[in-house]
Design a protein around this ligand. Structure first.
Ligand SMILES: [Zn+2]
Length: 449
């Protein structure tokens, strides 16, 4: 006798089982099959809808605005988006996760506030030295994050290149990837000043003030620092195909180089959408013009290591400034990550092609990358019972109904061709398509293997 049975089109790592079932016992997947299903206390019959693994979002900023209690709303939004594990960035408000005390406090906050499971990035502050990197790795952080540009002097600082070199050297024995926010500070700051001096402060000037070369030169520098040290160097968001190609070139030379794509770069186009969305589509690096088709081709070529949301917990007030340079960068994205990717991919590759690519880039790959597999990322016997019913068919997206406590989105009013009807997190039905059924603190910290 099982506790829960889900029936539907089950998406496994290597194939799709039509008329399939997944049987759950406790927090784990007990069995998978087709045709006649075993007995279970509860049953969800999804018909011909997809049953996929819980999404592992490789990049969230849950606690960058409201601090550690920010987990509560953000994790509910994750579940509503079919995300059962968030990989949270270290740039918390007011202090980043760069010490063991802050690590312990953040894990405690997961156990106090989070509805979904959480893996954690750590960081190193400027001038801090590398002594705490191994102890943080031993506690189970899954990666380190650094930035070449300052967004905030304490929370999100710039790390000078000489210190990056030391940090990369010290990362090698930990085995952890080191992620980089890849923009050259001198180029971007000078360009913004030039734009301001000429009165060019409208939303469309964000793209020209943060040119592709600022991103590519920062990426190239990081790749060379990686090549010199043997570290795993990872770019956390690339806005252009050229960046992904550069990383592939370094990887072909034997550098441990990877790059990540965020779903909004595959969906929005600055030239087409900036007038309509303005600061609502401001992210850094910026969404550029004319990139979408080549970025989808880069995905077909297998260039991104994973695709993430880069969800930022900014209220809309942070966006509505007279000058685009005073508007905060970052957008909410947990409830649109899967549906947006599926909708755009289905137009190109059909529904089966879309769901296979979604599971590859948003479940299997991030779980492997962050050392969370085989517990997370795949429907397999013995894995955590993180399961999502992805309902096929059009559904308009209404940002006023989101669970993130922000209730705005650049996607507001768009119609997606799939929606998250059920989210099961470690065997518990946590989202039923209308309501969050889990409790705060039911989420767990998931250490890297
Ligand atoms: Zn980010």
């Amino acid at each position: 006798m099982f506790d829960l049975l889900l029936k539907g089109s089950v998406v496994l790592p290597d194939r799709i089982i039509e008329d399939g079932w997944v049987a759950v016992r406790g927090e784990r997947i007990g069995a998978i099959g087709t045709g006649e299903a075993p007995q279970a206390t509860k049953m969800i019959d999804a018909g011909t809808d997809w049953i996929i693994p819980g999404i592992v979002d490789g990049q969230t900023h849950a606690t960058s605005y409201k601090g550690l209690p920010g987990f509560e709303a953000t994790s509910q939004s994750a579940l509503a988006g079919g995300i059962t594990t968030m990989v949270d960035m270290p740039y918390d408000n007011p202090d980043p996760l760069n010490t063991l005390e802050r690590f312990d406090a953040k894990v405690q906050a997961v156990h106090d506030y989070s509805h979904c499971d959480v893996a954690l990035y750590g960081t190193v502050a400027p001038g801090q030295g590398t002594d705490l990197m191994q102890p943080l790795a031993d506690r189970g952080i899954c990666a380190f994050k650094l930035s070449l540009i300052e967004s905030h002097p304490v929370r999100f600082p710039r790390i000078p290149a000489d210190e990056i070199l030391d940090i990369l050297t010290a990362s090698v024995p930990t085995g952890l990837p080191v992620g980089l926010h890849n923009e050259d500070q001198e180029i971007v700051r000078a360009m913004i000043e030039r734009h301001k001096a000429q009165g060019l402060t409208r939303p469309e000037h964000n793209e020209t003030s943060r040119p592709e070369v600022a991103e590519l030169s920062a990426t190239a520098q990081f790749m060379e620092l990686g090549a010199a040290t043997g570290a795993h160097v990872h770019i956390v968001h690339l806005s252009s195909p050229r960046g992904l190609q550069m990383i592939a070139e370094y990887a072909a030379r034997g550098v441990r180089a990877t790059g990540e794509l965020c779903v909004h770069y595959l969906h929005f186009d600055a030239a087409r959408d900036i007038e309509r969305l303005g600061a609502r589509m401001k992210v850094s690096p910026p969404i550029r013009s004319g990139m979408i088709e080549d970025l989808w081709q880069a995905c077909e070529d297998g260039l991104p290591a994973l695709i993430s949301s880069d969800h930022s917990s900014w209220p809309i007030d942070n966006k509505l400034a007279a000058s685009i340079f005073d508007a905060g960068a970052g957008i909410p994205g947990l409830e649109t990550l899967g549906p947006s990717f599926y909708t755009d991919a289905a137009e190109r590759y059909g529904e089966e092609g879309a769901v296979r690519r979604l599971v590859d880039y948003m479940c299997l790959k991030p779980a492997e990358f962050f050392g969370l597999a085989p517990r997370k990322g795949a429907i397999a016997a013995g894995a955590d019972a993180d399961l999502v019913v992805l309902k096929r068919g059009p559904k308009p997206f209404d940002a006023s109904q989101t669970r993130d406590g922000l209730n705005w989105s650049p996607y507001d009013g768009e119609t997606f061709t799939a929606s998250v009807a059920t989210t099961v997190r470690r065997g518990e039905i946590a989202w039923d398509g209308a309501q969050i059924l889990s409790t705060a603190g039911s989420g767990a910290f998931i250490p890297r293997n």
